[in-house]
Design a protein around this ligand. Structure first.
Ligand SMILES: [Zn+2]
Length: 305
């Protein structure tokens, strides 16, 4: 496969895809948010519809151009609205899959947030993976491959994306943002903890959002460590309005701030217990935990430590 340099890091995934074997009809792209699942799904879907000779995607044929512009009629997305994918949506995909492709030789379905499918939705999908028409291809994107049924997982080629190293992030971001000050890019590469999507969001947002998350994280770290409890409770109530992605960033940032605090004399045992608590909450986020619940657990857990 060509064009894989658009994906940062992830050497093993790239090696596997450029080994010259043909493309599968079903992939499970797994890895934390911001690790390149959408970038890779874009490349794979382009490669699947490409009509060029030689290595795909050629990047030049009609199909490649439409795919790159996001207007190819045979590349269909499900679940990109952030809501759970329901069994009736999977059934719609199923009936659509039996209608032959409009233009390309294949029809590609990209299922974002595939971990939000419940058991019946996944079973309906399983049937399609097993018995669907040969031209249909499926790209399942999931923050957590463990949330997928083993039967679904085993029908897919698993591509696990990992956080990138600071050096990989730096090189990639310098290429992507040639006009930004080098210092700002190095700072984003260092602070994103390997989650490139986070660094991209900061740099595209002109650093303002990053500053907001940074100060919110510092505030939360301070409240968790030294209270007062009433103020922490109030802060947590305010979190109920936050979006899931932003909450994830806030939790990551707070962990970072707590670590920084270790060197300024905070009680290490309490800091480590808090870090552990925040990590567990962070891991629960992809499972559609509501912000209200999360804020409650954050507060109750911290009080119990
Ligand atoms: Zn092409």
């Amino acid at each position: 496969m060509r064009g894989l340099e658009a994906l940062c890091g992830n050497v093993q995934v790239k090696r596997r895809l450029s080994s010259g074997r043909g493309l599968s009809h079903a992939y499970l792209l797994s890895g934390p948010a911001g690790c390149g699942k959408r970038t890779l799904a874009g490349l794979l879907s382009q490669a699947l519809v490409c009509s060029g000779a030689g290595e795909v995607p050629c990047g030049a044929c009609d199909h490649c151009r439409k795919a790159a512009a996001g207007v190819h009629p045979d590349i269909l997305r499900v679940g990109s609205d952030g809501k759970d994918i329901t069994v009736s949506q999977v059934r719609e995909v199923r009936s659509d899959a039996y209608i032959r492709p409009n233009e390309a030789g294949r029809k590609v379905y990209i299922l974002e947030n595939a971990q939000t499918m419940n058991g019946s939705a996944q079973n309906a999908l399983l049937k399609l993976l097993e018995e669907g028409p040969a031209y249909a291809a499926f790209l399942l994107l999931s923050d957590n491959a463990g949330a997928m049924l083993p039967t679904v997982r085993s029908r897919c080629e698993l591509l696990t994306l990992s956080p990138v190293t600071p050096a990989e992030a730096e090189a990639w971001l310098l290429r992507r943002f040639p006009d930004l000050p080098r210092e700002q890019i190095l700072d984003a590469a260092r602070r994103c903890e390997g989650v490139l999507g986070r660094a991209v969001a900061w740099l595209e947002g002109g650093g303002q959002e990053a500053e907001e998350v940074r100060s919110a994280g510092a505030e939360l770290a301070r409240l968790l460590l030294s209270g007062p409890e009433g103020a922490l409770l109030e802060y947590c109530v305010g979190l109920e309005k936050w979006e899931r992605d932003a909450l994830g960033e806030l939790l990551d940032e707070t962990v970072q701030q707590l670590r920084v605090g270790l060197s300024s004399g905070w009680d290490p045992r309490r800091v480590m217990a808090l870090v552990d608590h925040l990590r567990k909450l962070r891991a629960a986020l992809p499972y559609n935990v509501g912000a209200g619940h999360l804020a409650g657990w954050l507060c109750a857990g911290a009080a119990a430590l």
